[in-house]
Ligand binder design. Structure first.
Ligand code: ATP
Length: 321
């Protein structure tokens, strides 16, 4: 490849800037030009493309968000627009693209690969819900942000002898809930994968625990297990324990990336460029069994992963539920 494009797509995640920086610097070190494509596939279709150099990624490794901006682009699901995008790449001399994003973004990368543009995906999402990899950019920062928020909520919940429900992000995946629930010593961790919707069981446990002197309870809800505010109301009405719900929301997507997110994102960005320079296409970078690896995009999209079974197993002993 002579010219590589780089874009971020889907939800943003802390560490994306570290990956962009690694793409730019590794490419330049290999004698390859780099074009920054703004706002994912939307910016590609609008030809919002600018050449990047080593200086354009100075001082960004520590920043949350993405300097290239990100977007969701409905049109790009259609063949007509994918062909237009491939044509735009050719016009700008872009013969390889690094796509930093989630499963949806990889689908798009695969479509571009089929149209002759070499593509490599880098997993960027706070949700950890990409099956081919044990690590995704942003997860580590997000769980640390959520854990700190939970520690703070626990203080006030304890002082007021309350029950606190904390809803974390993750869409349909419970990884953030599982990790932060364990790390914050939550009494209950409810994930879409494992929670059966039986609120009565939780109410009974709270009542039992209240009788033996446990006055403060923390419930971590994964996004998607139900309405946390309604759940709080039901628990308060049934138990008489004041119950408040807090939805952490987008603060989990921001902030300076942790050391792990900066280092792993750097490794993945560099690996993506090395793959393109080796003539590979339609690949996605992953981290498996202690190594940075790569997979065929379709094979990666066909993989499945659930919650870490051992972590889930220990929660049965460490939590009340
Ligand atoms: P996140 O997990 O953070 O949501 P994501 O990459 O999965 O990230 P999506 O919104 O699913 O986020 O996808 C991002 C973009 O990728 C879409 O807006 C669209 O432009 C493109 N995309 C998604 N699915 C397809 C598809 N089947 N074919 C072509 N392009 C797609």
């Amino acid at each position: 490849v002579k010219t590589i494009g780089v874009l971020t797509s889907g939800g943003d995640a802390p560490g994306m800037n570290a990956a962009i920086r690694a793409v730019v610097r590794t490419a330049i070190a290999n004698g390859v030009r780099v074009m920054g494509i703004k706002r994912g596939y939307a910016g590609l279709l609008e030809e919002d493309i600018e050449e990047m150099d080593t200086l354009s990624v100075s001082n960004i490794i520590q920043l949350g968000g993405t300097i290239l901006y990100t977007a969701r682009c409905k049109e790009f699901r259609e063949k007509e627009y994918q062909e237009k995008a491939a044509e735009i790449c050719r016009k700008h001399g872009i013969d390889g693209i690094v796509v930093i994003g989630g499963d949806g973004s990889f689908q798009g990368a695969s479509k571009l690969a089929a149209l002759g543009i070499n593509t490599v995906g880098v997993p960027g999402t706070i949700d950890l819900d990409i099956a081919c990899t044990e690590y995704t950019i942003g997860f580590d920062t997000a769980i640390n942000t959520a854990m700190e928020a939970m520690d703070k909520l626990r203080d006030t919940s304890e002082s007021h002898e309350r029950c606190s429900i904390v809803e974390v992000m993750g869409r349909t995946a419970g990884h953030i809930a599982l990790w932060t629930g364990i790390a914050s010593g939550a009494e209950y961790i409810l994930t879409t994968e494992e929670y059966d919707g039986n609120i009565q069981k939780i109410i009974e446990k709270i009542q039992q625990r209240h009788k033996i002197g446990k006055k403060n309870h923390v419930i971590v809800n994964a996004e998607g297990v139900g309405n946390s505010f309604e759940m709080a109301k039901m628990i308060e009405e049934a138990t008489g324990v004041e119950t408040r719900a807090t939805v952490l929301g987008h603060i989990q997507r921001g902030g300076n990336p942790t050391c792990k997110d900066r280092v792993y994102a750097s490794a993945m960005g560099a690996k993506a460029v090395e793959l393109l320079c080796d003539g590979k296409t339609n690949r996605v970078v992953g981290y498996t069994n202690g190594e940075f690896v790569d997979y065929d995009i379709q094979a990666a999209l066909d993989m499945e992963k659930g919650l870490d079974p051992y972590l889930f197993h220990i929660t049965k002993k460490l939590t009340t539920y």
